[in-house]
Write a protein that binds this ligand. Sequence first.
Ligand SMILES: *[C@@H]1O[C@H](CO)[C@@H](O)[C@H](O)[C@H]1NC(C)=O
Ligand SMILES: *[C@@H]1O[C@H](CO)[C@@H](O)[C@H](O)[C@H]1NC(C)=O
Ligand SMILES: *[C@@H]1O[C@H](CO)[C@@H](O)[C@H](O)[C@H]1NC(C)=O
Ligand SMILES: *[C@@H]1O[C@H](CO)[C@@H](O)[C@H](O)[C@H]1NC(C)=O
Ligand SMILES: *[C@@H]1O[C@H](CO)[C@@H](O)[C@H](O)[C@H]1NC(C)=O
Ligand SMILES: *[C@@H]1O[C@H](CO)[C@@H](O)[C@H](O)[C@H]1NC(C)=O
Ligand SMILES: *[C@@H]1O[C@H](CO)[C@@H](O)[C@H](O)[C@H]1NC(C)=O
Ligand SMILES: *[C@@H]1O[C@H](CO)[C@@H](O)[C@H](O)[C@H]1NC(C)=O
Length: 648
Amino acid sequence: MVGHYSSISVIISMLIATSYGSCGVHQMLDVVVLYDTSSSLTSADIDDQKSFIHNLGFQLYLHPDHTNIAGIGVDNSSHFGWGLRDYMTSTDLWYAMESNLTLTGGGSDLSPGMDMAWNNILSSNARSGSTRWLLVLTSTTVMSSTTSLDAMKAAGVKVGFVSTQPATSYTSLASDSRYIFGGSTWSTIGSSAQAVAELMFCPPYCESFVFYYDLPSTMSVIADTNSNVGYYLTHETSGLNGVGAYNIHCCGALASLEYKAATSGSFVLQVWRAEYLAYQTTITASVGYQSHTFSPKVAIAAGDVLGWYSAGVNPIGIASNCSGELCQKEIRQVTDMGSLAVGDSYAWSSAYPMPDTAFAIKFTMVNGTVPTFSGGDAPVSISESLTVGSSVAVASLTDDLGESLVWSDLGSPYFEYNQTTGLITLMTTLPVTGVETPYFLSLSVFDSCLNTASVAINITTVVVPLAINNLPTEVELGDDTSSETLLIVINATDPAADSISCMLTSILPETTNFRVDDYLNGTAGVFLNADAELDFKTTEEYKIFVTCTGTSSMESFLTVRILDKSVTTPYTVPAWAAGAIVVSVGSVGVVLAMVCFLIVVILATTDEAEVLPPVEEDENAKKPVDDAAQMYKKVDKKETYREGFGEF
Ligand SMILES: *[C@@H]1O[C@H](CO)[C@@H](O)[C@H](O)[C@H]1NC(C)=O
Ligand SMILES: *[C@@H]1O[C@H](CO)[C@@H](O)[C@H](O)[C@H]1NC(C)=O
Ligand SMILES: *[C@@H]1O[C@H](CO)[C@@H](O)[C@H](O)[C@H]1NC(C)=O
Ligand SMILES: *[C@@H]1O[C@H](CO)[C@@H](O)[C@H](O)[C@H]1NC(C)=O
Ligand SMILES: *[C@@H]1O[C@H](CO)[C@@H](O)[C@H](O)[C@H]1NC(C)=O
Ligand SMILES: *[C@@H]1O[C@H](CO)[C@@H](O)[C@H](O)[C@H]1NC(C)=O
Ligand SMILES: *[C@@H]1O[C@H](CO)[C@@H](O)[C@H](O)[C@H]1NC(C)=O
Ligand SMILES: *[C@@H]1O[C@H](CO)[C@@H](O)[C@H](O)[C@H]1NC(C)=O
């Protein structure tokens, strides 16, 4: 009576399951289910477990090439139920469980069952290349030893729990927190196979899934006769399980293709997003089994449809006998398709569906690499007057599906991110504020599977204070000089200032021989006044203190060394002139031209440099004048002049 009732519930659950696809067809799964046969359970609980296991087998597509399920009953010892390859249909599995899966009634301990699962099945009896799973149906957390569990996890076996205990009880036991279906009751577990399959076995990402009717390497094929032909591997099948061999239920990347060519030729592999051609590549085939690796991998979205076009005769072999659930009923064919370009559309919905046809073609999908940034995430300091075009930071992305990434904006009008180089570059001059100013940049990217990465780049401008670039320094002057003479043009910079003004602060010892005055085009110079009275014997040296003010002030000084006019040796001006200017003093006839040094004020906002015409000088004085010292920047501002005050 119980058996009859259960059979009805199986049929009902089968109908429910039929309306959903299966992902086991896309995988090679070797699953060991531990079911609970301890004394704490009732026979109804046992029936619920049978129902769950049967439905799971259905969801995962029991098949020699796809999902194999073994069962072990567990109380405080292990009870072998059936092996991985004992049952290849969910119906056979159901009948086996009816007679074989019973209460054993001992205490509770998961360890003996884990030992048997690992030692007797998963360590040695799984298929090569399969994904191995241990799925534990249980009402207990008791484990006298975790030796086998640890060994399984270390060997890459995925371990999941379906339990009446809270999910948190298994956090450290499951191989991934996603693989826990906890806090359930036996009666709801019975109908939870689909939820568990989706949670654990059928993730929305193409971890490592295969899509094929039969293995191309071993398939027996016949040659196609169509040319200028396109094929579209629709998801639909009329197979019993709603299983679609080419139903791309996951998001990821197309990694490789295997096929068996019945004739040689070339074909254009195509990825369709409904009727939009998202990707294509030409592949040349010679007769026989071949494989093609996509490098870079091709972004695939869940629901994409794969197909190909062949201008000549389609080389890909057709299954000589197509039968069973995976034999496609709905592959679309068009025999006058013509070449298309990525971005084109094609009305596949009106194409001819081919019943009972399968091709010798297999696709392998994997997860796309989750994008990650390197670089960035470190504070950067820059000057406010940084030159446009300068790179300030680097944040490079690692990803294998570059063409399908969606980038966010950097979030600043001043900076731009170059996706190729990963460089963040200043695109337009920063506002000059004179205070430290932060710029918060952030960048994020989504791949086609909505994996995301982001990076933050915090840029702070550092304030560059006013600087008098060519003071302190010293000049030498013969004491016979008495005409007005420019001694130095002050080079002061302050990127944050609209204007800089310089004025004479004091002279030691006090004298009226010198002044600070406008020089050319907004520059200030230190001058020897006309009719100055210099005498080497009285004062050998003056210090002329000058204060320049922009957004900040700074004082510095010029040392004027007075030389005895009787000295005839030419003096080389020291370091401040970089050895470039030689000043002769004291020689008879050198009265003019004590123009010793010329540097100009440069304002950050000016841009054009011109060469100043050589300064008037005595021909005996032999002054190879440094070009750089003659450079000045043109200033547009109108100067105002005040006594002893040069503003520029
Ligand atoms: C289930 O059947 C297998 C043989 O098919 C047998 O070895 C095993 O002991 C049985 N298990 C139970 C719990 O009856
Ligand atoms: C298993 O549980 C049963 C019933 O609780 C008990 O009699 C038996 O001693 C236990 N065996 C072991 C190995 O713990
Ligand atoms: C696949 O990608 C998903 C989402 O990023 C991730 O959770 C999962 O662990 C990945 N699986 C593998 C095998 O890389
Ligand atoms: C196709 O025929 C071969 C040989 O007759 C057979 O071994 C194979 O199982 C058949 N394949 C299918 C899918 O029916
Ligand atoms: C960037 O600035 C934001 C906001 O102040 C802060 O939360 C974040 O930690 C900073 N990041 C770095 C890398 O300095
Ligand atoms: C990014 O950098 C590359 C290599 O320097 C250059 O060819 C490309 O034009 C740049 N892209 C943009 C948008 O500036
Ligand atoms: C100063 O500026 C004026 C007008 O811009 C220009 O004509 C003159 O040549 C400049 N003086 C020098 C020395 O370059
Ligand atoms: C002024 O000083 C700055 C900083 O040292 C320098 O880069 C610039 O070339 C100088 N200007 C002239 C005209 O020498």
